[in-house]
Design a protein around this ligand. Structure first.
Ligand SMILES: Nc1ncnc2c1ncn2[C@@H]1O[C@H](COP(=O)(O)OP(=O)(O)O)[C@@H](O)[C@H]1O
Ligand SMILES: [Mg+2]
Length: 329
C-alpha cells in the first residue's frame, strides 16, 4: 500500500539517489546529480520507509546490489540491510518542485474534555501558481489546515514547507512577517473594516507591505473601480468579497488562501467570485487555495485535496480544469 496522503505519483524518474543508513529509525536520501537542490530529504523520505520496494519500481542500476534486494523489502529494511551506501534509481515524484508541502501534520485541540484531532497526520502538496481546492464536509479539518498554512495556527507535529522554508520552525517574528508579506487571506464573511471605504480597506494592505500593488488598480482588476469610496455596508456581499480579495492580492502574496469565499453568497455571485479567483491565479500567477464543502466546484481546480476526518482522503489533479462558467450546482 502506498502511504496515505501521497497518491499523486507522477512516476518521474529520479536517478541515482543515494540511500544512506543513519540509524535504525532515520535515514536520508542524499542528492546525487539529478536533484542536487535537495541536501537532505529525510522528511519526505520517511513517508516511504514502510512501503515495499515493488511499489516504488526501483530501477536498480547496480546489478550487484539489485540481487541483494528482495522485492518485498521496505526502504527502511534496505537501509538497514545494506552496509554501504546504496545507489538506487527510484521512479517516483519525490517533491522537488512542490511549493507547499504538508507532511504528517497533526493539530490537536485540548479545549474540551476530549482532545480533538482536527488534523490527523495529513500530507499533501501544492504547486506554485496553481489553483487548488480543499474540499470536505463540515468539521473535516479544512479551516484548521488553511489556518496552519497561513501561519495563524501552529501544528502540534509534522512539517509544513512553503517555498522551501519550514514554517513550523519560524520564530514569532518570522511568522509575523510570513503572514504579513507572503499570505493573503480571504474569509467567508469578508472581514472588512466597516468604517473604512473600499479603497481604504485595500490601502491598509498596501501600507503593511513594502512591495504592494496600487490599491486603485487592484480594485479596478476586481471590477470595482466605480465603488472606491463606498463603505462596506453600502456594498453587496459579492462586492464586499471583491474588496476582500483586492485587499489580499494587493499584498502580492505568495499564497492566496480563501476559506469558503462563496459560503455567504448567492449562486451567481459565488460563481463570479470563483471566476475572479481562477483568473487571479491564471493572470497573476498567484498560488490560490480555496476551501469549499461544495463538491460540484472541484472540476475548476488544478488539484483537489479531499479531506475527511483530518486526513487527505484523496488528491486528484485535473488535467484540463473547467472554467467556472461551465460548471453548475
Ligand atoms: N480552536 C478549536 N478548539 C477546539 N476544537 C476545534 C478548534 N478549531 C476546530 N476545532 C474542531 O476541529 C474539527 C475541525 O474543524 P475545522 O477545521 O473548522 O473544520 P472544517 O473547516 O472542515 O469545517 C472540528 O471538530 C472542530 O470542532
Ligand atoms: Mg471551516
Amino acid at each position: 500500500m502506498l502511504p496515505a496522503g501521497f497518491p499523486y505519483i507522477k512516476r518521474r524518474l529520479i536517478t541515482a539517489a543515494v540511500l544512506v543508513p543513519l540509524d535504525a529509525f532515520t535515514m536520508c536520501l542524499a542528492p546525487s546529480g539529478a536533484f542536487g537542490k535537495y541536501q537532505l530529504c529525510t522528511t519526505p523520505f520517511m513517508r516511504y520507509s514502510n512501503a515495499r520496494v515493488s511499489e516504488f519500481m526501483i530501477a536498480q542500476e547496480d546489478e550487484d546490489v539489485k540481487s541483494e534486494i528482495s522485492e518485498n523489502e521496505t526502504l527502511e529494511e534496505i537501509c538497514l540491510n545494506t552496509a554501504k551506501n546504496t545507489t538506487l534509481s527510484i521512479q517516483e515524484d519525490f517533491m522537488p518542485n512542490h511549493y507547499v508541502t504538508f507532511t504528517d501534520v497533526v493539530r490537536e485541540y485540548h479545549s474540551g474534555p476530549v482532545p480533538v484531532r482536527a488534523a490527523d497526520g495529513i500530507s499533501f502538496s501544492l504547486e506554485k501558481g496553481k489553483f487548488s481546492i480543499i474540499v470536505g464536509p463540515s468539521g473535516a479539518g479544512k479551516t484548521t489546515v488553511l489556518n496552519i498554512l497561513g501561519g495563524m495556527d501552529a501544528a502540534s507535529s509534522g512539517t509544513i514547507t512553503v517555498d522551501e522554508r519550514d514554517i513550523t520552525r519560524l520564530s514569532k517574528r518570522e511568522l509575523c512577517s510570513y503572514r504579513r508579506d507572503d499570505v493573503g487571506f480571504v474569509f467567508q464573511f469578508y472581514n472588512l473594516i466597516p468604517n473604512l471605504t473600499a479603497l481604504e480597506n485595500v490601502e491598509l494592505a498596501s501600507q503593511i507591505r513594502k512591495d504592494a500593488a496600487d490599491p486603485r488598480s487592484v480594485l479596478n482588476d476586481v471590477g470595482l473601480s466605480h465603488r472606491l469610496d463606498n463603505f462596506p455596508a453600502q456594498l453587496s456581499g459579492g462586492e464586499q468579497q471583491r474588496v476582500a480579495i483586492a485587499r489580499a492580492i494587493a499584498k502580492n502574496p505568495k499564497l492566496l488562501l480563501c476559506d469558503e469565499p462563496t459560503g455567504a453568497l448567492d449562486y451567481e455571485t459565488g460563481k463570479g467570485i470563483l471566476e475572479l479567483l481562477q483568473d487571479t491565479c491564471r493572470d497573476k500567477g498567484v498560488t490560490v487555495v480555496v476551501i469549499t464543502h461544495n463538491q460540484a466546484v472541484v472540476p475548476i481546480a488544478d488539484r483537489v485535496i479531499k479531506i475527511k476526518s483530518g486526513k487527505a482522503e484523496s488528491i486528484t489533479d485535473n488535467e484540463n480544469p473547467m472554467s467556472v462558467s461551465r460548471i453548475e450546482w
